[in-house]
Design a protein around this ligand. Structure first.
Ligand code: NAI
Ligand code: UGA
Length: 429
C-alpha cells in the first residue's frame, strides 16, 4: 500500500522505515530540508538501534522515499499519517499549531479520496477538529476520512515495538477507512482494536499517564523503603510477580523524563480540567516526580555538603538508555543543578553527548566512562545504560578522590560495591 508520513522525526522516521520493511511503499515528508537531504543519503539524524539498517535497506530497494513536499506525499499515497510535534505550552496544554497547519496543507492539495491518520499524541477531540479543518479548506470537496492511530513505541526499542506491537488502536467510524487501516496493519499480525476517534485519542494519554503513575508509585514507595530500612527492588519484585500488577515499569529511580511522559501527563491534567474533571491523582503523580529528583539532589548534598568546586562524575545524559534523546532528561536536569551550585561536572554518555554539548556546553565531556572517575569527588549514575554495570569499578575507584557512588537507577549491585570499598547510595535500598 502507498503511504505518506508527514513529519520525519522519531515517530515518523521509525514508523515509515518499519512500514517500508513489511512491504509498503512509503514517502516520508519533512519541512526540514537539511533532514531530508541527510535521509536521502542514508544518514540517520537520531540514534535508534536497528533503524539505520532498515532505512538503508528500504532506500536501496525503493520502498522508502524522502521529500519536502506534502503535495507529493498526498498525491502519491492513499494513507497520509500526521506525525508532527505536539509540544507543551507553558500552562501544560498542547501546542496544536503543527497539526492544524498540516491539516490545512493536506486539504489544499487533496485531489482524490485519502485516509488521513493522526499518529501524533493529541488531546481528545482533535480528530474531529482535523476533520472540520480539512473539510473547510478542501475547496474541491473531495471525499476523505480521518483516523486516530496513536503510537506506543518506546525510544531505544522503537524498531522492535513497531514491528511487534502489543496492540494497534484504530479510531475510526468509516468502514472504508477501517478496512484500509486493517489491510495496512495486516503484515504485523498484532491485535487490532477498533474504537471511535475520541476513545483512541484518550487511550494514548491514558496509557502514558498510567505508566508514569506506576513509576511514581514505586518512587514514592522508595521513600518509604528508605525510611523503613527496606529494599524497593525486593518490594517491586514481590509486587510484580502478581500478574494483575506486572513487573514492568516498577524500577525506582530519579523520576521519569523524556519527550513524552512529562508533556503528556501535563496535557492530560489540562485536558481533563477543560472537560470539567480535576485529575488530582495525576497532579500528585507529577509532584512525586519533581520530589524524587529533588530528594536525590538532597541526598548528594547531605554527603558532599557543599557542591561548589566539587568534581562530579556524571554517568549518563540521555533520558533513558539506548537513545541519544535528551529531551526533558532528568540526567540533564541534574547536570544543570550541579553546575548552578558551582560544581565541575565531567560527564559521559555512550550516545547523547553531541546533543548534550549543544545544550550544556559548560560540562566537561569525557571520552569514556573511565575518564569520568578521574579526580572525582563522587560518581552519579543518571541513565540506566547497561554498559555502566560492567565497568572496571576497581580501577574507577582508584581514579577517584573519594569513592562515593550515587546510583540514581539502582543499576549496580549494592553489596558488591560496598565490598569493593565504595560508599554506595542508591534509591530506596
Ligand atoms: N518520540 C516518541 O517516542 C513518541 C512520540 N509520540 C508523539 O509523536 C509526535 C511526534 O513526536 P516526535 O517524532 O518525537 O517529534 P520530532 O520532533 O522528533 O519530529 C517531528 C518532525 O516533524 C517535522 N515537522 C514539523 N512541522 C512539519 C510540517 N508542517 N510539515 C512537515 N514536517 C513537519 C519536524 O521537522 C520534525 O522532523 C508527538 O505528538 C509525540 O508526542 C508518540 C509516541 C512515541
Ligand atoms: O508516547 C511516547 O513517546 C512513549 O512514551 C514512553 O516511551 P519512552 O518515553 O520512549 O520511554 P520509557 O521506556 O517509557 O521511559 C520513560 C521514562 O521513565 C523512566 N522509567 C521507566 C521505567 C521504569 O520502571 N522506571 C523509570 O524511571 C525512564 O528512565 C525514562 O526516563 C512509553 O513507554 C511509550 O509507550 C510511548 O509511546
Amino acid at each position: 500500500m502507498k503511504i505518506a508520513i508527514i513529519g520525519s522525526g522519531y515517530v515518523g522516521l521509525t514508523t515509515g522505515a518499519c512500514f517500508a520493511d513489511v512491504g509498503h511503499e512509503v514517502i516520508c515528508v519533512d519541512n526540514d530540508a537539511k533532514k531530508i537531504k541527510m535521509l536521502r543519503e542514508g544518514q540517520i539524524p537520531i540514534y535508534e538501534p536497528g533503524l539505520e539498517e532498515i532505512v538503508k535497506k528500504n532506500l536501496a530497494r525503493g520502498f522508502l522515499h524522502f521529500t519536502e513536499s506534502i503535495a507529493e506525499g498526498v498525491e502519491k499515497s492513499l494513507v497520509i499519517f500526521i506525525a508532527v510535534p505536539t509540544p507543551p505550552l507553558e500552562d501544560g496544554s498542547v501546542d496544536m499549531t503543527y497539526i492544524e497547519r498540516v491539516a490545512r496543507q493536506i486539504a489544499a492539495v487533496l485531489k482524490e479520496y485519502r485516509v488521513i491518520v493522526d499518529k501524533s499524541t493529541v488531546p481528545v477531540k482533535t480528530g474531529e477538529k482535523v476533520y472540520q479543518t480539512i473539510k473547510r479548506y478542501n475547496s474541491h470537496n473531495i471525499d476523505f476520512d480521518v483516523v486516530s492511530n496513536p503510537e506506543f513505541l518506546r525510544e531505544g526499542v522503537a524498531v522492535h515495538d513497531l514491528l511487534h506491537p502489543d496492540r494497534v488502536v484504530i479510531g475510526a467510524t468509516s468502514d472504508r477507512a477501517i478496512n484500509i487501516m486493517k489491510e495496512l496493519y495486516s503484515p504485523f499480525k498484532a491485535p487490532i482494536l477498533i474504537t471511535d476517534l475520541n476513545s483512541a485519542e484518550l487511550i494514548k494519554h491514558a496509557s502514558n499517564s498510567f505508566l508514569a503513575l506506576k513509576i511514581s508509585y514505586i518512587n514514592a514507595l522508595s521513600r518509604i523503603c528508605e525510611a523503613a530500612g527496606a529494599n524497593v527492588q525486593m518490594v517491586a519484585e514481590g509486587m510484580g510477580l502478581d500478574h494483575r500488577i506486572g513487573k514492568h515499569f516498577l524500577r525506582a529511580g530519579i523520576g521519569w523524563g523524556g519527550s513524552c511522559f512529562p508533556k503528556d501527563v501535563a496535557a492530560f491534567i489540562k485536558i481533563s480540567q477543560e472537560l470539567g474533571y480535576d485529575f488530582k491523582l495525576l497532579k500528585e503523580v507529577s509532584q512525586i516526580n519533581v520530589d524524587q529528583k529533588e530528594h536525590f539532589l538532597r541526598k548528594i548534598k547531605n554527603v558532599l555538603w557543599v557542591l561548589k568546586e566539587k568534581r562530579i562524575g556524571l554517568l549518563g545524559l540521555a533520558f533513558k538508555n539506548n537513545t541519544d534523546d535528551i529531551r526533558s532528561s532528568v540526567a540533564m536536569d541534574l547536570a544543570t543543578a550541579f553546575l548552578k551550585e558551582g560544581a565541575i561536572v565531567q560527564a559521559f554518555d555512550p550516545r547523547a553527548m553531541e546533543k548534550a554539548k549543544e545544550k550544556l556546553p559548560s560540562i566537561h565531556y569525557c571520552s569514556s566512562a573511565q575518564e569520568v572517575a578521574r579526580d572525582s569527588d563522587c560518581i552519579v549514575i543518571a541513565t540506566e545504560w547497561e554498559e555502566f554495570i560492567n565497568l572496571d569499578w576497581k580501577s574507577m575507584k582508584s581514579a577517584m578522590i573519594s569513592p562515593i557512588i550515587f546510583d540514581g537507577r539502582n543499576l549496580l549491585d549494592k553489596k558488591k560495591m560496598i565490598n569493593m570499598g565504595f560508599h554506595y547510595i542508591g534509591i530506596g535500598n
